[in-house]
Design a protein. Structure first.
Length: 209
């Protein structure tokens, strides 16, 4: 049990990540920090799982890479087998089940990462969270990482049902600017009904700031 708490502490120290459900879609966002000599794109925090699903991670990024790869492979196997995309809840359960198994046996370390998994399936847009214990929650606007307290307060004040994509992007930018004191590169991804996963360009983000 203590190791699960230590894993959750790693998440609390991670960079702020957030997700917002808007009309016909889901937004995922975070901040990418890098030093002058580091290639910025080498620190990936938003992972495409399938054309209709993505995840953002806070905590140990090595753990995030392994779990996101597992979800990506399983989603592709499902699509090939059944000729349809996997439900967002099922994708999240794959990650959550793997994380939960690591809490059961001596000698295994719980994964020190949490995910927000977002996407659009046959039942509409969904945003789910899974933490190091393997527990799964669904949100309309959720956040993980060190600035989650600040972001949660802002979401309670400003999130509204059926908000537009532009409003969701503006809310995400405002939340990350308030939560992350250290400047970095904003990363924002959109998964929308009838469209494939896409990342918002730096130029588009600057226009909305």
């Amino acid at each position: 049990m203590f190791q699960v708490e230590y894993a959750k502490e790693a998440v609390k120290r991670g960079v702020t990540c957030l997700g917002i459900v808007f009309k016909d879609g889901v937004l995922l966002a975070t901040v990418r920090h890098s030093s002058d000599l580091m290639v910025a794109m080498s620190t990936e925090k938003i992972f495409q799982i399938d054309d209709h699903a993505a995840a953002v991670a806070a905590g140990l990024l090595a753990d995030a890479r392994i779990l996101s790869t597992l979800a990506r492979v399983r989603a592709q196997i499902y699509r090939i087998t059944y000729n349809e995309p996997m439900d967002i809840a099922a994708i999240t359960r794959i990650i959550g089940d793997k994380m939960q198994i690591s809490t059961l046996y001596a000698g295994l370390r719980p994964y020190g990462v949490s995910f927000l998994v977002g996407g659009v399936d046959s039942t509409g847009p969904h945003l789910l969270e899974t933490d190091p214990s393997g527990m799964i929650y669904e949100w309309v606007a959720g956040t993980i990482g060190r600035g989650s307290g600040v972001v949660s307060k802002l979401f309670k004040q400003k999130w509204k049902e059926n908000m537009s994509e532009k409003e969701a992007i503006q809310l995400a930018i405002e939340a990350l600017e308030k939560a992350e004191k250290e400047k970095g590169i904003l990363e924002i991804a959109i998964v929308k009904k009838g469209e494939n996963f896409r990342k918002i360009s730096d130029e588009e983000i600057k226009k909305l700031m």
